[in-house]
Design a protein around this ligand. Sequence first.
Ligand code: NDP
Length: 330
Amino acid sequence: TREIHLASRPTGWPTHDHFRLVEAELPEPGPGQILVRNTVMSVDPYMCGRMNEGRSYIAPFAVDAALEGGAVGEVIESSDDAFAVGDMVVHDYGWREHAILDAARAKAIDTGRAPASAYLGVLGMTGLTAYTGLVRMAELKKDDIVFVSGAAGAVGSAVGQIARNLGASRVIGSAGSPEKVRYLLDELGFDAAFDYHDGPVVGQLAKHAPNGIDVYFDNVGGDHLEGALTHMRDFGRLALCGSIATYNSEKASAGPRNLGLSVVRRLKLQGFIVYDNEDLADEYRALATEWLADGRLTYKETCVDGLDNAVDALLNTFRGANLGKMLVRL
Ligand code: NDP
């Protein structure tokens, strides 16, 4: 079987040299373990953070060991009563064609309800991230005006639709290309959307959010966070989910320079990690399943084939190559 290992830790942008495709021998699954043939794996921007050492909410990847990440696959051997051969599961041992893991680390998925890949996106981690940020962190209320950055990505596309489904009065999104802007307006029902390459975010928001913003869901950081702060209404809430604009930069970002507005406007800024909010998963999945069935929640996937192309897929998410969730089919 094959796996992708971390070859060395990057400073700044990772390149192919920091990864290694390795042939590995598979041991037999021990008692309580299962062997899974991975069929689809998730590619996530946060992985670049785990390539470095330093204080974080999650342990860094080890050098010369396989990377980890969400994956779905089929159980092909089982030494645990919880799973039988043929069961489909989701787990955290992606970046390899086969995974041996404790059965307790796998969750069964119902591929009758949605395709397996959806459990890595809209019904999985990124969907729950969107819901958690809106409902728990930003305390979304009916008639709120919501702005989300990274809006055509996995988390952002769910944020816009969930906000609308929960009663937002206006949903505004930013993304990195005219095609993505069209997708937000024509397919996802955003009220307004703009390409952040077309001019400073702060100026584009003046046009698209003339009455201000109650909730900002931040996937990008930097100029997006600064621009949103300028337009926040009194008692606005900011769910700080990610800052992809700053992930691979070698120096700390300077902004936001207008953080003082959070005092004047009595804003709440709340950073969060989805893993602390697993208690919302059942509630979210029930809602998402209903919305998927009646068409009020849709999703796109950008799928790359084969483990050989997985590193490219990761590096390309930082160049905006994905519409919706970035995945690798194995
Ligand atoms: P996406 O599917 O949104 O993919 C990343 C997208 O980011 C790209 O497609 C690109 O789209 C955009 N992007 C890349 N560089 C920049 C830049 N410099 N400025 C603006 N946009 C940029 O990824 P996810 O939906 O998986 O993740 C979105 C965010 O949420 C990330 O910051 C991620 O780290 C974070 N996250 C946080 C979690 C948490 O628990 N807090 C959990 C999951 C994700 P474009 O073409 O629009 O530029």
